[in-house]
Design a protein around this ligand. Structure first.
Ligand code: ADP
Ligand code: MG
Length: 246
């Protein structure tokens, strides 16, 4: 692991009108780290992820990416930032009118100006990586939820991101499909991908996360190594939350 932070969050605040969603968030993500973010519904986890890649503009505070203050980024730099921080959503968000292969080729061709051949080779190798080579020419509607999410991960990887943000990637899946998606994510982590993962999959967090952050009331109330977090939570709110999900 290199010792310069990839992302630093400093006194991040986000309001929607009068609602203070994020009050004061601080945190550091090092290259290669996997951070799992847990917390009650409505506590601001999705908002936090969207502030990391500036899909939402923070009300106050800063997000530094590789030491650079993203609030000072031009539109062009923001686009690049979002390419370098790929995002995977609960609901896959694949383009329904494109085949799996074309879903993967679209951004590399349009944004990275990759040749068709190069984008296709890359797409096929990524599909292989997530175990779905044989689905290249089908449309998303014929995929199971687990397959669709693996395609969504492959699509995010097609842009060669520096890090990936996952927003409850397995919450919309039937239970029998959760494992195949977590297995792909675990492999990415083992390959050194930096990841911030909002999830309630405690088994995954225990096995894969370097740190778990517990978010509630607009703050990160506790940060710890997974075993410490789950076995010896310090904050009463963390204790209460963990007792309900385990
Ligand atoms: P979580 O992901 O932890 O469930 P969210 O970040 O989705 O939480 O939402 C936190 C709070 O912010 C909720 O009260 C939600 O209603 C509110 N919120 C989220 N997005 C918006 C928005 N675009 N406009 C207004 N309120 C929002
Ligand atoms: Mg959410």
């Amino acid at each position: 692991m290199q010792n310069k932070p990839l992302v630093e969050v400093k006194k991040l605040q986000k309001n929607y009108g009068d609602t203070e969603v994020l009050k004061e968030i601080d945190g550091t993500v090092m290259p290669g780290q996997v951070i799992c973010v847990i917390g009650p519904s409505g506590s601001g986890k999705s908002t936090f992820l969207r502030c990391l890649n500036m899909l939402e503009k923070p009300t106050a505070g800063q997000v530094l990416f590789e030491g650079k203050d993203t609030s000072k980024f031009s539109e062009e730099e923001l686009t690049t930032l979002r390419e370098r921080m790929g995002m995977v959503f609960q609901s896959f968000n694949l383009f329904p009118n494109l085949t799996v292969l074309d879903n993967l080729k679209l951004a590399p061709i349009r944004v990275k100006k990759m040749s068709d051949k190069e984008a296709e080779d890359k797409a096929l190798s990524l599909l292989k990586r997530v175990g779905l080579e044989e689905k290249a020419n089908v449309y998303p509607s014929s995929l199971s939820g687990g397959q669709a999410q693996r395609v969504a991960i492959a699509r995010a990887l097609a842009m060669d991101p520096e890090m990936l943000l996952f927003d409850e990637p397995t919450s919309a899946l039937d239970p029998e499909m959760v494992g195949e998606v977590l297995a792909v994510m675990k492999e990415l982590a083992e390959d050194g991908m930096t990841m911030v993962v909002v999830t309630h999959e405690m088994g995954f967090a225990r096995e894969v996360a370097n740190e778990v952050w517990f978010m509630a009331d607009g703050y990160i109330l506790e940060k710890n190594k997974p075993n410490e977090m789950f076995e010896h939570p310090q904050n009463p709110r963390t204790k209460d939350f963990i007792s309900k999900i385990i």
